[in-house]
Design a protein. Structure first.
Length: 94
């Protein structure tokens, strides 16, 4: 996905790219879904600045979702972001 090399650390960009490729081939995700998931992940990484993704707790994810609510995102959009993060973190556990 364009932009990952500049938005993520090199290793994270590679993992994000692998994840999106897996979604495309295994789940047959549409280009629009892949674009939304990629945007969700980039926004999350931007919010993480100065924090370690490896040290995150459920409370931190709740804080992020609350932050999205204060930005005026619709409930459906916040639910999609939560799904994006859940699926991405599940992929990391493989």
């Amino acid at each position: 996905m364009p932009g990952f090399a500049t938005d993520f650390a090199p290793d994270a960009a590679a993992v994000a790219g692998e994840w999106l490729a897996a979604l495309k081939s295994l789940r047959r995700a549409s280009p629009h879904t892949l674009e939304a998931y990629g945007r969700d992940l980039r926004d999350f990484v931007a919010w993480l600045r100065g924090r370690s993704a490896a040290d995150l707790r459920v409370r931190d994810l709740g804080e992020y979702l609350g932050f999205l609510s204060t930005r005026g995102l619709a409930r459906a959009s916040i639910a999609r972001v939560a799904a994006t993060l859940r699926v991405f973190y599940a992929f990391l556990q493989l």
